[in-house]
Every structure is written in structure tokens, then in C-alpha cells.
Design a protein around this ligand. Structure first.
Ligand code: NAD
Ligand code: DAU
Length: 375
């Protein structure tokens, strides 16, 4: 079996669902259920004996030690983190605690567990640390995309805490021989994305008739990766990645934020037209990368609102994912165009998940169901 941390979050949740859709190897899922953790994402696994959910903190040394000893996983995949840059600006403390101290604690627990394994199990064991391209800092418009050897130059409390965790993981390999691999991924999007992040926020605000907030001039660039492609990359790295290495994961989809928001609005205009947009021919919007002026009052794009920029806002991220492709044969399956359409459709078709996340009732349910339980 494998032990996944943070498996009730956006990427971890998608990973657990995908893993159990692909194979029967059981998963122990350790998640603290912070505001970002959501058991609704894992609802389809409620009666699945291959999935064991444990509510707990990666900083809890006793609990992590107990889980490793009890379940004897062949791998630990660490998704658990505080992940939102804006929250890290308002309150960096939780980021230091979970992302740095939590990773340190996992590494120490895993080192103890791994040291005690028999030769074969010891050879096969992996600690896979899921990290971000934000550790590399920011790029100018003509700079080459981030390779694995790019300098580490984090600019936000979030990215600094992730960079620190990456350093710890690296050091535990070099010093103790722990069999680790780190992945540094670009911006993910897709189903079950908590609506504090740009893409789900824009979809839900658009539908609710609220402003679509664009930080600064909206020309910041991100390299978008459909979350299921990230999950397949992690599976591939776990299966065949070289120990002690880092692998960049990206979608070759650099987009300016404003273009992303216009694309979402155009898809919504087609799939769920606002009153007054009339009955457009389905698909007509594909040809439109911008909302025509005559439609501007009835398109969702009319809700775009420029707001104060994020402090220290990184201008451009772009990932060079050739190492992963050349060494391990991984490539993303989705383009941004196919992935963003699937994503908008998912949000339109999953209003229950959305309502629970936005109303907070899922947290009440979790408190009732899991109050003071660790397994
Ligand atoms: P998320 O915020 O959606 O989920 C994080 C999960 O970790 C939540 O379920 C939360 O409850 C859990 N968690 C938080 N603190 C914990 C703790 N102390 N102990 C146990 N569980 C805890 O994050 P995400 O977007 O799914 O990101 C997952 C990982 O991938 C993170 O390490 C993040 O840095 C990295 N990453 C994210 C992206 C992205 O675009 N979202 C891109 C690259 C890398
Ligand atoms: O690059 C990988 C990173 O991508 C991950 O490590 C992080 O965990 C993840 O949150 C994401 O970070 P970003 O800061 O890039 O994502 P976010 O969705 O918050 O913002 C995307 C871009 O959109 C960014 O340039 C800021 C901008 N933005 C965001 C919000 C929430 C806006 O313009 N308006 C908004 O309201």
C-alpha cells in the first residue's frame, strides 16, 4: 500500500481517485482537513475497502510513526501543504509549520521506518515530495523556462516554505540515503479545485454575477497543467524516477491571466448564456478569443474587475518538462483548450460539491463525523 498525505485536497484528492481507478493497491490517506481539505471529494470511496482515511496532522510525530508501523507502506507521497500564496502573505506561520516543520517530521518518521525495513522492502521504498515551480522565482518575458537546474529564488512566504521543504528532502537523501524524489509542478487546474484559486474563483464568481478580480494588469503568465496530467506524472515518477532527482512537471501552456479569464467567460457564454446573450450556436464561441464589444454587457466578461496587485507578484512561470519526457516518457494528455472546457463543465455539473465548499456545510459534517478520531 501507499501512504498519501494531503489526499483530501485538490491535487491529493484527484491523485487518490485516479490511483484507485487505475489499480487496486490500497491507500492510507492522512489529511488534517484544514479549510482546504474536503471529504466530499472522496465521497465515491466511502465504502471502498482500498481507501482508509485518517484525519491527522503531518506534524504529529506519534501519529505518523504509528501509521507507518501499522500499515508498512511501500511509498509515501507528500501532498500535504498550505498552498495558497495570498494566504501566505496574510499569515505565513501556518506555511512554516506545515510545509517546513511538517515535511521535516515526515522525513524523520520515514527515516526511522525505512531504516528498519528488510533489504528488499528498503530498496523498493520511495518518498515522493510534491513541490512547485514557484521555488524557482519569476521569469522575464524572454527567459528560458525553468529547468531542474534553475536557481532556487522563491519570492513569497509560500514558495520560500516549499523551497525549504525541497532542501530538507534533498538533504535527507544525501545525508541519510533516504530514497526520495521531488517533483516541481506548474499551476494545476481541474475538478475539485478550492475556489480561492484563480480558475475556480472566476468560474463561480461569473455564475454568481460577482466581480472577476484581476490582480494588477492581468498580464502575469502561468503555465497551466490539467490536474489529471499531474497525477499521471506522479505515478510515472514513482514507478521509474531516479532516486535523489527532481523532475519538473508542466503543461507547455503559458497563458496570461487575463486570457485565462476571457477563455472561461467565453466557454460560459456558450454553455450557460447570461440573459440577453440569446441562443448562440453551440461551438460558435470557439472562434472568439475575446468577447465582442456588442456583447460586452451580456457576456460574463463584463464582470472583469481590476483590483490591487498581489504584493511581490511573480510575473511569469514556465516549465521545461523535457527531463520527464525524455527520461520517463511522460507527456500531458490535455491541452489548455481541452482541459479548461472539461473544468468549466465539471463545475457546471457538480453544484452539490460547489455548494458544500462555499457554504461550509461540509466542514460541519466532517466535525460531526470525525470529531476527535484519528482513523
Ligand atoms: P490544497 O491546499 O488544495 O490541499 C492541501 C491538503 O493538505 C488539504 O487537504 C489540507 O487539509 C491538507 N493539509 C494541510 N496541512 C496539513 C497538515 N499539517 N497535515 C496534514 N494535512 C494537511 O493543495 P493542492 O493544490 O492540492 O496542492 C497539493 C501539493 O501540491 C502542495 O504541496 C502544493 O504545494 C503542491 N503544488 C500545487 C500546485 C497547484 O497548482 N495547486 C502546483 C504545484 C505544486
Ligand atoms: O505555480 C504553482 C502554484 O500555482 C502552486 O504552487 C500554488 O499552490 C498554487 O496556488 C498556484 O499559485 P498561483 O499564485 O499562481 O495561483 P492562483 O490561482 O492564486 O493565481 C494564479 C494567478 O492569478 C496569479 O498570477 C494571481 C492571479 N490572480 C489570482 C486570484 C486568486 C488574480 O489575478 N486574481 C485572483 O483573484
Amino acid at each position: 500500500m501507499i501512504l498519501v498525505t494531503g489526499g483530501a485536497g485538490f491535487i491529493g484528492g484527484n491523485f487518490v481517485l485516479d490511483w484507485l481507478a487505475q489499480c487496486d493497491e490500497p491507500v492510507i490517506n492522512l489529511d488534517a482537513l484544514t479549510y482546504a481539505g474536503n471529504l466530499d471529494t472522496l465521497k465515491s470511496l466511502a465504502n471502498d475497502p482500498r481507501h482508509t482515511f485518517v484525519r491527522g496532522d503531518i506534524c504529529d510525530r506519534e501519529l505518523v510513526g504509528k501509521l507507518l508501523a501499522q500499515h508498512q507502506p511501500r511509498a509515501v507521497i507528500n501532498f500535504a501543504a498550505e498552498s495558497h500564496v495570498d494566504r501566505s502573505i496574510h499569515g505565513p506561520g501556518d506555511f512554516i509549520q506545515t510545509n517546513i516543520v511538517g515535511t521535516f517530521n515526515l522525513l524523520e518518521n520515514v527515516r526511522t521506518y525505512w531504516s528498519g525495513l528488510e533489504h528488499e522492502a528498503k530498496q523498493a521504498f520511495r518518498f515522493l515530495h510534491v513541490s512547485t515551480d514557484e521555488v524557482y522565482g519569476t521569469l522575464g518575458p524572454n527567459d528560458a523556462p525553468f529547468s531542474e537546474t534553475h536557481r532556487v529564488e522563491p519570492n513569497s512566504p509560500y514558495s520560500a516554505s516549499k523551497a525549504a521543504s525541497d532542501h530538507l528532502v534533498r538533504a535527507w537523501h544525501h545525508t541519510y540515503g533516504l530514497p526520495v524524489i521531488t517533483t516541481n509542478c506548474s499551476n494545476n487546474y481541474g475538478p475539485y479545485h478550492f475556489p480561492e484559486k484563480l480558475i475556480p474563483l472566476v468560474i463561480l464568481n461569473a455564475l454568481a454575477g460577482k466581480p472577476l478580480p484581476i490582480y494588477g494588469d492581468g498580464q502575469q503568465i502561468r503555465d497551466w497543467l490539467y490536474v489529471k496530467d499531474h497525477c499521471s506524472a506522479i505515478r510515472r515518477v514513482l514507478a521509474a524516477g531516479r532516486l535523489g532527482e527532481t523532475y519538473n512537471v508542466g503543461g507547455w501552456n503559458e497563458k496570461a491571466n487575463l486570457d485565462v479569464v476571457h477563455t472561461i467567460c467565453a466557454i460560459l457564454d456558450e454553455l450557460k448564456p447570461k440573459q440577453g446573450t440569446g441562443n448562440r450556436e453551440p461551438g460558435a464561441v470557439h472562434a472568439e478569443s475575446r468577447v465582442p464589444d456588442s456583447d460586452s454587457q451580456t457576456s460574463y466578461a463584463a464582470q472583469i474587475t481590476y483590483v490591487t496587485d498581489r504584493p511581490g507578484h511573480d510575473r511569469r512561470y514556465a516549465i521545461d518538462a523535457r527531463k520527464l519526457e525524455q527520461e520517463l516518457g511522460w507527456k500531458p494528455a490535455e491541452t489548455f483548450e481541452t482541459g479548461i472546457r472539461k473544468t468549466v463543465e465539471w463545475y457546471l455539473n457538480n453544484s452539490d460539491w460547489v455548494d458544500n465548499v462555499t457554504s461550509g456545510s461540509y466542514r460541519e459534517w466532517v466535525a460531526k463525523q470525525y470529531h476527535n478520531t484519528n482513523s
